[in-house]
Design a protein around this ligand. Sequence first.
Ligand code: GDP
Ligand code: GDP
Length: 495
Amino acid sequence: MTDGTHDPSTPTDAPDETEVVAAGLRAGLDDYELSPEDQALLLGDGEAGWDDAPAGPLPVLAVVGRPNVGKSTLVNRVLGRREAVVEDVPGVTRDRVAYEAEWTGRRFTVVDTGGWEQDAKGIHRRVAEQAELAIELSDAVLFVVDAMVGTTDTDEAIVKVLRRSGKPVVLAANKVDDLRGEAEAAALWSLGLGEPYVVSGLHGRGSGDLLDVVLSVLPETSQVGGAVEEGGPRRVALLGRPNVGKSSLLNKAVGSERVVVDDVPGTTRDPVDELVELAGRTWRFVDTAGIRRRVHQTRGADFYASLRTQTALEKAEVAVVLIDASVPITEQDVRVVQQVVDAGRALVLAYNKWDLIDDERRQLLEREIELDLAHVRWAPRVNLSARTGRHLDRLVPALDVALDSWDRRVPTGRLNAFLGELVAATPHPVRSGKQPRILFATQAATRPPRFVIFASGFLEAGYRRFIERRLRETFGFEGSPISLGVRVREKRSKR
Ligand code: GDP
Ligand code: GDP
């Protein structure tokens, strides 16, 4: 079967019958109240009318500057509440680093970074690294300078990093509490970052204008994932909590076969990705720069890890989530897996460090998987060792299976024939004398597969899960999340 499905009950040479039945069901829908979106969905095979498609991620604003210039105070202004204030040692990482903000009806994420001293040592050094990372993962930067102090060497050093990042920068000349400070603020033109916007975080002076400027440089949705061209090598994200073996696996996979980006037609240069030759084909491993770059464990590191994962997922089609099989599965492992599912990407689970596993640990692992990862039982699994190279050759077949499922479309006729049989064998339970009827179904989208069922009444969650389970049993979808939407439509009133 060319479409990779495996329902033995439907002979491949007789698709017409199911299509005829589907057409009949489809015609029956005309007796129901259908919205224009419904019609579009039924007519097209595209994404038209799909109403719960996720909007893009919120744009990210990083707030950076030396310690004590008033970053937190300004962030509080932006948020309109006192939440960001943490009476810490100045410049030390905060408890929370990201906040959702809104200005003139637009929402965005504000990331408050710790202070940043040039050549900072110890904790300061780490805070500086986090600030650099925050810039890298942001769509725009609000650079805060203390206008009363003027520019320092540290400010100049930050400017260099900001230039290198190529991100839009808005310069805030803070602590201008009254007119006397205006002249000092004007001196900040010398930083070469354009107009210094005069504000007083403490009094709120100028903060509205500042936000207007910030919003004018922020994109509608976050671009840090980067727009990726269609086609070209398939895009893989290598994910997992720290120390599971991502860089080891990457190094093993890259081996001596590193591909020069220019050699592959239809690929743009993206310095954070790497092209890797596996099983004779080229794959794009996205955001490998993030894997190769080791970030120290600090407070807030969790947030960055998850933002990093999110960024990689936006670019990727399929994710390989590495799990260290030699130690118990952690909450963080489960969270990464959930991020993949929520992002609607194909998923392969790779249990790494298999060389360290004995029988006892293996049994424990199976139990942990049953407990924590049963909900992604559909993901292909590879037990490998990045160190010894064991089973690395199984990665590509697993990727292929997952991507096939992710791309798969079930013909409307087959889908309705399947549902017809399912409903006949196991009807929806009757509730208060009523029983919703399934009228018609169509696959509204692929990548990942999304189904829409038109029904005459509400379908209970249990019954929807049952349909989903049967969909998987019948059509596979190994390695891909799938979703099922139900649209309840009323019968047209007769005149
Ligand atoms: P951060 O380390 O950059 O986050 O700086 P904070 O927000 O913690 O502020 C450092 C100090 O500067 C605090 O004592 C604030 O009250 C003070 N401060 C912040 N903004 C202003 C301002 O606009 N005017 C004045 N006079 N003081 C401010
Ligand atoms: P990352 O933080 O996910 O990139 O993890 P690394 O690749 O840096 O690996 C963390 C540690 O685990 C390193 O000491 C690796 O040598 C080790 N490691 C990675 N893969 C394996 C493996 O398959 N077997 C064993 N025994 N150790 C591994």
